[in-house]
Ligand binder design. Structure first.
Ligand code: ARG
Length: 568
């Protein structure tokens, strides 16, 4: 298929005698279609060419050699606006999607490159909160998109399954284990024990000492402590998997913090040998002033035990060796911005440049329910599986109201409810805080997951009624003249660029918003034009457009983690 951006860049580069890679960076897609399909801001070259933007625009317009794929070029206040020949575009795009089907937009730019996506990473014996839901969904989507673009992708759930709190949990279990029936709702009960033991520790130094001893025993492989720790882990994972299964989220590795506990000595050794460690009241730290970070990174506590950051450093070393990664993404809340800055800075001393340059913190904002901030510490905890199931129930009510005779209502409700949650979570820019509100997320006419599904179901029903999909040779593409049809095709054309932008910024909201645009464009087309008409030729062309919109709506939604119902 023609790469318009590239073609335009090549031609401009020829005229101004500059590198096309520089030119392509400047080419924009104008916000309004009246301003062309592509725009080149000539002021970007003014300095270099020592000419005014208007002069540059005039010169390019005069000398550029463009073929029939571009219909016209206009010069407006220092911008060159390119209008592409839509009949040609329509033919190319609609044929390509028709032929490629769900492979449309796929690429092999990632071939031979390894990308780790670390996501979800909840803490054992603690609730899976709504922030964990956000990392789970962002990571899951990034994982799928990287894979689609040919990267070898490794999904890691870096479980928070280590640390002194487990010494406390063990002590709490010893004291009150028989009071709790952990076969039901274990996480809240473990949480309860944890709160209780913490209170006791504050009052009684001896209890605190016992907790520390438990952790020491655990680290040294004591059978009783290890068994208990495994029990906590197993119970927690069982709960977490209720959520993962609902969302259909999978991981390639569950190596969490504990996995690295025997790998931290090497980190300490390397840093020691490189003379990076300094003593600070008995603790070992790395000073990061030179890196522009005021807070040093603690590597080892005064009592010799490792901390969270050290385990992350060990993980980097391990992952570099095991996966030879080109990128390692950490989808973690912005509260940990400083932590990752520190860890990445220290990592420069542990791994080659290739690896530390690939370390990326995909930082996301808070999620709030309309009732207020969600915080584990405040005890204001919504169980995520409850939230999901409640959303599915609400979806079912809406569906029933709209169409009581629908088959497989439960399956559809599940898909719609999940789409509401997933889309709502992914459509906000990652670094922004967001609100989860059922009324917004479940609105079939809003900018929501269910709206995308609704549009998809609409295409399905049109295609079902039409009964045949024409073959390409039968299509007269010049019949698709309406602006709404052209807009839909242009949006379809942009799919692969959108996917590239999504991974370049690690921002699934780009894809999410794109799907809304596609759905809106198709709906505009559908509302203004009948598809199933007597004019056979026009009908065939419109059916093909519908078929291709269906294809891209589905593959795009799946890359967000949303499944499509056939009816709703
Ligand atoms: N377990 C942590 C939490 O729930 C997140 C872990 C993030 N990943 C990492 N490599 N530190 O807050």
């Amino acid at each position: 298929m023609i790469d318009y951006k590239k073609t335009i860049a090549e031609k401009i580069a020829e005229v101004v005698n500059l590198d096309e890679n520089e030119i392509i960076e400047y080419i924009e897609i104008p916000p309004q279609r009246e301003m062309g399909d592509y725009a080149f801001p000539c002021f970007k070259l003014a300095k270099k060419l020592k000419k005014s933007p208007i002069e540059i625009a005039k010169e390019i317009k005069e000398k550029i050699l463009i073929d029939e794929s571009i219909e016209k070029i206009e010069e407006k206040s220092g911008y060159l606006n390119f209008y592409i020949n839509s009949t040609k575009l329509i033919e190319e795009v609609l044929t390509e999607i028709y032929v490629q089907k769900e492979k449309y937009g796929k690429s092999d730019i990632g071939k031979g490159k390894n990308v780790i996506v670390e996501y979800s990473s909840p803490n054992i014996a603690k609730p899976f909160h709504i922030g964990h839901l956000r990392t789970t969904l962002i990571g899951n989507s990034l994982y799928k998109i990287y894979k689609f673009l040919g990267y070898n992708t490794i999904g890691i759930n870096h479980l928070g399954d280590y640390g002194t709190q487990f010494g406390k949990m063990i002590e709490a279990y010893k004291m009150w284990g028989n009071e709790y029936d952990l076969s039901e709702d274990p996480i809240n009960k473990m949480m309860d024990m944890y709160v209780r033991i913490n209170e006791l520790c504050k009052k009684d130094e001896k209890v605190l000492e016992a907790c520390r001893e438990n952790f020491r025993l655990l680290e040294n492989g004591d059978k009783y402590c290890k068994e208990l720790w495994e029990k906590f882990k197993e119970l927690s994972l069982k709960e977490f998997y209720k959520i993962y299964d609902l969302l259909d989220v999978k991981f390639d590795s569950l190596n969490g913090e504990a996995f690295y506990s025997d790998k931290i000595n090497e980190v300490v050794d390397i840093l020691e040998k490189k003379g990076k460690l300094t003593d600070s009241e008995g603790a070992k730290i790395v000073d990061l002033e030179d890196e522009g970070i005021n807070t040093p990174c603690i590597i080892q506590k005064a009592n010799g035990s490792s901390i969270y950051a050290t385990r992350d450093l060990a993980a980097i070393l391990y992952r570099a060796r095991t996966y030879d990664f080109d990128k390692c993404l950490y989808v973690v809340a912005y509260e940990q911005n400083l932590h990752f800055k520190q860890v990445f800075a220290v990592a420069k001393n542990l791994v080659d440049e290739k690896y530390y340059k690939g370390l990326t913190h995909v930082s996301y904002g808070m999620v709030a329910l309309p009732t207020g901030k969600m915080s584990t510490r405040l005890g204001n905890v919504v169980k995520i599986d409850d939230l999901i199931n409640e959303t599915i129930n609400k979806a079912k009510e809406i569906i029933t109201e709209k169409n009581d005779n629908l088959e497989n209502k439960d399956d559809v409700a599940k898909k719609v409810g999940l789409a509401a949650i997933i889309f709502n979570t992914l459509s906000t820019t990652t670094n922004k805080d967001q609100i989860f509100d059922w009324n917004v997320a479940l609105n079939f006419q809003g900018e929501t997951g269910p709206y995308i599904q609704y549009t998809y179901v609409r295409t399905k029903s049109v295609l079902e009624k039409s009964n045949t999909i024409p073959s390409i040779s039968e299509i007269d593409f010049s019949l698709l003249k309406e602006e709404t049809a052209i807009n839909t095709v242009k949006t379809l054309y942009n799919f692969s660029e959108i996917l590239m932008n999504t991974i370049e910024k690690n921002e699934p909201s780009i894809l999410a918003r794109y799907l809304i645009e596609l759905a809106q464009n198709y709906n505009n087309f559908y509302n203004e034009n009948k598809v199933l008409i007597d004019d056979e030729n026009l009908k065939k062309a419109r059916i093909l457009l519908t078929k291709d919109a269906e294809t891209v709506l589905k593959s795009g939604a799946e890359l967000l983690g949303i499944q499509m119902p056939n009816k709703m």
